[in-house]
Design a binder for this molecule. Structure first.
Ligand SMILES: Cc1cc2nc3c(=O)[nH]c(=O)nc-3n(C[C@H](O)[C@H](O)[C@H](O)COP(=O)(O)OP(=O)(O)OC[C@H]3O[C@@H](n4cnc5c(N)ncnc54)[C@H](O)[C@@H]3O)c2cc1C
Length: 378
């Protein structure tokens, strides 16, 4: 049984059903309408890696490697394309200050062996003529691709149903049921359901499920992101690559929408769109691609990234027998969908956590605080 029908819960459910398990997925709302719907769909293992995030890299690179086959498999199973696009990502510095910062990230990412390339301004504008004249420098990351995350959610829902998964929408899980310290089911408004294994994949809401002692609750919090989309002419889009600017990123979609994201805010589950948030995104995008000025706004929205204490996901045993955790994917959950589905289904079926997933076991947060402080003081 899986709590949460986002891309993480659905991906795991699909893999388990393919292996012959009976799987029920519960969602408090419509399936696939949480962060998975709100995301930009970038599969950016390279350009998003910042100092301190090196431990996450083997996981993000592994998922990036799995993505093309995952997309093909979904298409074959459902007929739904997730619009996997492989033009790559450009990171643009607008002035000399930005170029210094970009050089610093470039040197760091290069030192990790990532396949990125420094381009001069003329070369960048040859690839993307709508970039403003006079940009300072650009980095090209050929392996940072993108998918249409809403199509991904639709495809996973169809794949799950096709494999026999029972998706129960508008049925919130109120609490985990335990007996003798072991998870054995869940409680919803419609009653109690027994389960051999419960997977907690409720994204930013994962701490709201009752019945889990505080020591075993995943330390997840919502990180609000405001986004908007402007409408390009799909026959002559302004951009082909994903473009990162100093204060916004732009993601062109096949249907002509150009996604502009995203704010990063600690405001709990506040769903409001703010003038300041929209201003920052539009201005940030306009500074690099001034021609967006002419484009109609197609949509605005808010989503909640499931943030964890170290910005890395929690994958594996919760500390309560029978309860497995798959949450905290923060800004990488679309990228990490294939690998999360693989490692969690594998753990449930074989009882072993893969080496790639071991550093992300939820128990890393249950170390006594004093012990980690002693470590830090050494
Ligand atoms: C603005 C924004 C931009 C992003 N851009 C990217 C990007 O470009 N690339 C990338 O890789 N990632 C991106 N992300 C992150 C990515 O969207 C998330 O990491 C990912 O979607 C998490 O998936 P999930 O299934 O864990 O969560 P969700 O999709 O939020 O799913 C959790 C589900 O649990 C359900 N639920 C909650 N409580 C209960 C309950 N009590 N009972 C039953 N169901 C419950 C919810 O209704 C929801 O459907 C972005 C996120 C945001 C917000």
């Amino acid at each position: 049984m899986v709590i949460g029908a986002g891309v993480i819960g659905l991906g795991i459910a699909w893999r388990l059903a393919q292996a012959g398990c009976r799987v029920d997925v519960y969602d408090k709302g419509e399936a696939g309408r949480g962060a998975s719907w709100a995301a930009a769909g970038m599969l950016a293992a390279a350009v998003e890696t910042e100092p301190g995030e090196e431990p996450l890299l083997p996981l993000t690179l592994e998922s990036q490697r799995l993505w093309p086959e995952f997309a093909r498999e979904l298409l074959a199973a459902t007929g739904i394309s997730v619009e996997y696009r492989d033009e790559g990502t450009l990171v643009v510095a607008l002035n000399r200050d930005d170029a210094e910062t970009l050089r610093h990230s470039f040197d760091f990412q290069k030192s990790l062996g990532l396949d990125i390339e420094w381009l001069n301004a003329a070369e960048a504008r040859r690839r993307e003529p709508h970039l403003k004249p006079g940009i300072a420098a650009t980095v090209f990351s050929r392996n940072d691709h993108q998918v249409e995350n809403r199509a991904l959610a639709r495809a996973l829902i169809a794949a799950c149903r096709g494999a026999g998964v029972n998706i129960r929408e508008h049925c919130a899980v109120a609490e985990l049921v335990t007996a003798g310290g072991r998870a054995c089911g869940i409680e919803t408004a419609q009653g109690r359901e027994d389960a051999e294994i419960v997977v907690l994949a409720a994204g930013a809401w994962s701490r709201e499920i009752g019945g889990i002692p505080a020591a075993h609750q995943p330390p997840v919090r919502p990180i609000k992101g405001q986004m908007l989309a402007v409408q390009m002419d799909p026959k002559s889009p302004l951009l082909r690559h994903v473009v990162w600017l100093p204060r916004a990123y732009l993601v062109p979609r096949n249907d002509g929408r150009l996604i502009i994201g995203a704010t990063v805010e600690e405001r709990g589950f506040d769903t409001s769109l703010t003038a300041g948030g929209m201003l920052a995104l539009i201005e940030g995008a306009w500074r690099g691609v001034p021609t967006i000025e002419e484009l109609p706004i197609a949509e605005t929205w808010v989503g909640f990234r499931p943030g964890s204490r170290d910005d890395a996901p929690m994958l594996g045993p919760s500390g309560i027998e029978g309860l497995v955790v798959a949450t905290g994917h923060h800004r990488n959950g679309i990228l990490l969908t294939p690998v999360s589905a693989a490692v969690i289904s594998d753990y449930i079926l074989r009882g072993k956590l893969s080496d790639t997933a071991k550093p992300f076991a939820p128990q890393r947060f249950s170390q006594p605080r004093s012990a980690s402080l002693v470590e830090a003081a050494k």
